[in-house]
Design a protein around this ligand. Structure first.
Ligand SMILES: Cc1cc2nc3c(=O)[nH]c(=O)nc-3n(C[C@H](O)[C@H](O)[C@H](O)COP(=O)(O)OP(=O)(O)OC[C@H]3O[C@@H](n4cnc5c(N)ncnc54)[C@H](O)[C@@H]3O)c2cc1C
Length: 470
């Protein structure tokens, strides 16, 4: 018997996490209300249409999950024929060359001198670990050298990570950041260095993208199933614990699930634990400026997905994505769309000037032809990346505990400060709903998408194994 049957549940935020929790609770008989500050659902998964160009506003998004239940749910939700399959084809733009990704699997694309420096450093680091067995460093900067050696560290890892993280790499925790970096066997590196192709990083070797409507189509489909329960343009301003439940904006509820960034939610809560509030408010994050560049013309031979831009001379962006390659409906016929991402700490004052800087740098580097510019738009995303400082885990745990002690369920990328992609947000939503309901939800879409997932996994030689955040 569902523990939430006929209970009133407030879901704070209508990003993919909030929508998924709401949907699972509703299926279990709860009366739900989703509060969303924005005028549209989707949060970081939102896409806008600008002059016929689809614009994933928080940067290029792709769909894949190693979690078979989540993959099945999302495929069932969308319908497999509404998903476009792509093979990951990505590069690093390095001193005018296109280097295979990941960098250590692209050494042969470098100049002979750079290739030698990187290979020697990698092999040195390998033998140092093997014979001296030093402890893995706690900070990310030293960990880069421990894992990849000086060459790859100096030439690629340091500049790229400094560009994206805008933080002294010695102050980042290796434990959190390194887990997201693919591990490469030494044999593969030697092979790639001498020109024998290796596949490298297998995750997201293929991915999917909605045929119509951009990545937003995924939260849209979810929202359709609970439309009448979503309140748009309704910011949560107050959350109070009462004798028999909660009040959200003065309205009574039995349960509260929050996907509002944890560093912000405490200021809405009546009488929070002061130490937990302090911990939450000291959690560090990065913002993101994105730029959509629509260009006349389409180079049919360009099948790249995205390119990393590690160096300052490439302009402010750390990555560009060819969104028009993800679905034929992402751009008007005969055009190309390039989505550019630049993290920031201090809010850029003049976005038009920054957009100009982005376009000029890409043009100068030969990555776009400025004379073909047709559309230029920008967006600012206040919460984009969690910054994993050395004391991150302690602060985050304290902040979560403060909410849990009040009976509030924090979940989501910033709702709980977990480095989740949207698929793992759905997993987190399933787990949160299971905790409230008393059993794991089994939405009907999961069954509908199961056959599709089995065929995709078989194609990728993926076992239906344990789940892991991307
Ligand atoms: C650059 C970048 C690239 C990414 N690439 C991918 C990818 O390729 N594939 C992938 O699967 N994932 C990707 N992700 C991750 C994905 O976007 C997130 O994991 C996911 O969208 C987070 O969803 P969420 O619901 O937890 O949070 P959010 O989407 O942030 O939703 C929170 C919601 O709460 C609302 N809100 C905030 N405050 C209030 C308030 N006071 N009252 C009411 N509502 C409020 C917000 O408006 C928002 O709608 C990427 C993220 C970034 C930044």
């Amino acid at each position: 018997m569902s523990r939430v049957k006929n209970k009133r549940c407030a879901i704070l935020g209508a990003g993919i996490t909030g929508l998924a929790v709401a949907r699972f609770l509703k299926d279990a008989g709860a009366e739900i209300v989703v509060f969303e500050a924005d005028g549209v659902t989707g949060g970081l998964c939102r896409s806008d249409d600008v002059d016929g160009f689809i614009y994933d506003v928080a940067g290029g998004h792709v769909l894949f999950s190693r979690d078979p239940e989540v993959m099945s749910f999302l495929a069932g939700l969308m319908g497999p024929s509404n998903l476009v399959r792509s093979e990951r084809n990505t590069r690093i733009f390095f001193r005018g060359r296109y280097v295979n990704y990941p960098f250590e699997n692209g050494l042969n694309d470098l100049s002979a001198e750079d290739n030698f420096l990187c290979l020697r450093g990698f092999v040195d680091a390998f033998y140092k670990r093997k014979y001296e067995n030093p402890p893995a460093p706690e900070n990310f900067k030293d960990w880069i050298r421990y894992r990849f050696g000086d060459g790859i560290g100096d030439l690629f890892m340091d500049p790229y990570n400094e560009k994206i993280w805008k933080t002294d790499l010695k102050k980042l925790s290796a434990a959190w950041v390194a887990g997201r970096i693919p591990d490469a066997p030494v044999d593969d590196i030697i092979k790639t260095s001498v020109g024998i192709t290796t596949s490298g990083y297998k995750h997201q070797a293929i991915f999917f993208y909605p045929r119509e409507g951009g990545f937003q189509a995924i939260p849209d489909r979810l929202a359709e199933t609970i439309e009448s329960d979503i309140r748009l343009n309704t910011r949560v301003n107050s959350i109070a614990r009462t004798d028999d439940g909660y009040e959200v904006n003065g309205e009574k509820f039995d349960e509260v699930v929050s996907t509002i960034p944890m560093d912000k939610v405490y200021s809405l809560i009546e009488k929070p634990d002061p130490d937990s509030k302090k911990a939450a408010e000291s959690l560090d994050f990065l913002s993101l400026a994105t730029f959509l560049i629509g260009l006349d013309g389409k180079d049919e031979s360009n099948d790249l997905c995205w390119i990393y831009l590690p160096h300052p001379e490439n302009g402010p962006c750390n990555r560009i994505t060819y969104l028009s390659n993800y679905s034929p409906n992402n751009a008007p016929p005969g055009t190309t769309s390039v989505l550019c991402e630049a993290t920031y700490r201090e809010e850029p004052k003049d976005m038009d000037a920054m957009a100009d800087e982005v376009v000029t740098a890409l043009d100068k580097n030969g990555l776009i032809d400025k004379s073909k510019l047709r559309t230029l738009a920008w967006r600012k995303i206040p919460h984009a990346y969690i910054v994993f400082g050395l004391d991150f885990a302690k602060k985050r745990d304290k902040a979560i505990k403060g909410l849990r002690d009040l009976g509030i369920h924090p979940v989501g990328r910033f709702g709980r400060y977990e480095y989740l992609n949207s698929d793992m947000c759905v997993r987190a939503a399933l787990d949160t709903a299971a905790e409230l309901i008393g059993e794991m939800p089994k939405p009907k879409e999961m069954e509908l998408g199961r056959e599709f997932t089995e065929s995709v996994y078989a194609d990728q030689n993926l076992s239906i194994g344990p789940t892991k955040a991307d």
